[in-house]
Design a protein around this ligand. Sequence first.
Ligand code: UDP
Ligand code: MG
Length: 311
Amino acid sequence: MHLSIVIPLKNEAESLPELEAWIRRVCEQHRFAYEIILVDDGSTDGSWKVIEQLKTANPAVRGIKFRRNYGKSAALHTGFQATEGDVVITMDADLQDSPDEIPELYRMIREDGYDLVSGWKKKRHDPLSKTIPTKLFNAATRWMSGIYLHDFNCGLKAYRGDVVKAIEVYGEMHRYIPVIAKWAGFTKIGEKVVEHRARKFGTTKFGGFERFINGPLDLMSISFVGKFGKRPMHFFGTLGILSFLIGFAILVYLSIAKTIFKEYGIADRPLFYFGILALIIGTQLFLTGFVGEMINRNSATRNHYLIEKEI
Ligand code: UDP
Ligand code: MG
């Protein structure tokens, strides 16, 4: 199969028929063997009924229905597990992404050899309350990840089939899939300017304030787990030893001052408290490193490495 199109959706019943018809038209025109995987993320508006109807009319449609709302990341992850295509394309269900982009995205993966191509909504049709925070998000993500994309959180993306099987998206990490892919070793990441349209039906599902807190936290988790997930002691141990040594040196110095130079009242000096604090924090960090190692020892991903080739 050439192409799997994964579409996470929550309460998008009105958009689905138009979206399916449009994708079908594009895929038939280009003679793609394709499937459309619609992941219903706990809709309450009859989206699933619509999916069932689409399925009877077009066997290329597949539906997965969550029992409740788990979030866009969960829907994408589950859709990814189900894909069979050589190329996987994700898009939002709200008709903001145009299926006309599919053939060129497919070509970039197959012929230009990209692992991942991210859409760039250069001209966005969203309110300022979304576009301004997004600019900050993208700048911070570029800076932390070293990936020079303009638009990390574009719903329209294309992947080589094995990429989506190898990465794990959870929490609200769909915003940072290129970063996850990079940490997994898929470094050929490209970008394509895509058409973006105003939402035709329904309302945005990401208008809340939480995204300003959850987003940066997820980015920190991804970076940390990517770098130290398999060796937590190297992170916590280094910081712990550093802090411990600083505290130890301070207290040795103060002890010498007291016993040899008879300087009394060292307990009144701020340095004294700083020394003790550094010693305690150092020990704590070190123990955290041990706990991290013990958790890692029992984790299923401990010796999980992605092998690119074998001969
Ligand atoms: N979505 C989802 N689960 C959720 C929230 C959203 O599957 O919990 C889907 C939604 O139906 C849409 C896509 O994720 O297909 C992007 O959501 P939305 O258009 O609301 O985000 P925006 O474009 O406003 O950033
Ligand atoms: Mg949208």
